[in-house]
Design a protein around this ligand. Structure first.
Ligand code: TXA
Ligand code: MG
Length: 341
């Protein structure tokens, strides 16, 4: 696919027609780009799995246009879910709810729940309004790799495997939605995102569990996810130069990803500036992980932001990019958590 390819468009009506025909589209959302298909068409949804090379039992998020459509997909919807929909939709929040019988197994991975979200990107909303039904869409990256935050990222990864690419510019949020489900105690965060624990507590006035029960299937809970080709090494601001030196001694080409540039950074070490504000850090994170690969880095030494607010989600993504599994591993093994090794 090149720039003059007629499959690259900003026309939501054309993209809706592709969905109706059982096609596969790249679509913008405010979080990351999605790889979308008609959630009511099993063959169309199956194409998502083959294009992504995603294991068949990984459930997909169904994108809908309006909160009232929850009822077409889910049953026994708790009050807290309606409160969250009212407060945060359209927006970067996904809710896992008991599904109604008609929802396809290929969408839910055979689970008796379904994940729903109303995205806030204007082109996504336009597309969903025109299409009318639900659009199943995972992030538009190959399984385990870095999520796309521009149409170009999608094109470079999927090119001819998709029927249309809706270009909505760079994503405003830059990391995937917060995913929650509902348990007796209150709201449980399955994946942290830009809607924070505090946001969820403020709106629902319920307990918010931010460590999922280890027996529950966790989104992206395999050890390596959001991963560039370069090996990601997590460290603290204080230890960043030493970590770079360790890598460089082995002959590796190393770069640094951090909010601040250390004073004594060797001039031949590429510095990937994460930016100081956490919103900006989220917007840039995935593009910077891709840049590490474009620069041909073997090792990316990264200083994660603090574990608060949006920083929690950024740390989560970096921990997984480093192949360290979930955030608990990080808390236990990092000097950043106030320990020394
Ligand atoms: O921001 C986002 O959420 C983006 C945009 C495109 O909307 N989508 C996204 O999709 O990140 P994906 O497939 O990359 O991640 C969705 C996660 C998966 O890890 C999946 O396991 C989890 O949601 N998920 C989906 N349905 C679920 C369910 N019924 N129960 C538990 N987890 C579920
Ligand atoms: Mg994904």
């Amino acid at each position: 696919m090149n720039n003059t390819d007629s499959r690259l468009t900003t026309d939501a009506a054309r993209a809706a027609q592709v969905l109706r025909n059982g096609g596969l589209i790249g679509m913008p959302t405010e979080t990351v780009y999605g790889l979308g298909a008609d959630a009511g068409n099993a063959q169309a949804v199956a194409r998502i799995f083959s294009a992504k090379r995603r294991p068949a039992d990984h459930p997909l998020i169904v994108h809908i246009h309006r909160p009232e459509q929850i009822r077409q997909w889910a049953r026994d919807v708790p009050t807290a879910a309606w409160q969250l929909a009212e407060a945060f939709w359209p927006g970067p929040l996904t809710m896992v709810l008991p599904r109604v019988p008609g929802v396809l197994d290929v969408v839910t991975g055979g689970l008796d729940t379904v994940a729903l979200r109303v995205p806030s990107h204007p082109l996504a909303l336009d597309l969903l309004a025109r299409f009318g039904g639900g659009v199943a869409a995972p992030s538009a990256n190959r399984h385990g790799r870095v999520s796309p935050t521009t149409a170009q990222h999608v094109r470079s990864e999927f090119g001819d495997a998709i029927d249309m690419l809706l270009d909505g510019g760079p994503c405003r949020v830059g990391i995937e939605s917060t995913i929650v489900d509902f348990v007796d105690e209150g709201v449980r965060i399955l994946r942290p995102g830009s809607i924070t624990t505090q946001d969820l507590r403020r709106v629902t006035r319920r307990t918010v569990l931010d460590r999922a029960d280890p027996t529950v299937r966790r989104p992206g809970a395999m050890t390596s996810h959001y991963a560039p080709r370069a090996t990601v090494v997590l460290t603290t601001a204080e230890e960043a130069l030493a970590a770079l030196e360790t890598s460089r001694r082995t002959g590796a080409r190393a770069g640094l990803l951090s909010a601040y540039r250390p004073e004594h950074l060797p001039p031949d070490v590429p510095w990937l500036s994460l930016g100081a504000a956490s919103e900006q850090q989220a917007q840039q994170l995935y593009a910077l992980l891709r840049l590490a690969d474009d620069l041909g880095l073997d090792v990316l030494v990264a200083v994660p932001p603090r574990d608060e607010g949006l920083g929690t989600a950024l740390r989560d993504r970096l921990v997984r990019a480093a192949g360290l599994g979930d955030g608990r591993v990080f808390a236990d093994c990092q000097p950043a958590a106030g320990k020394t090794r």
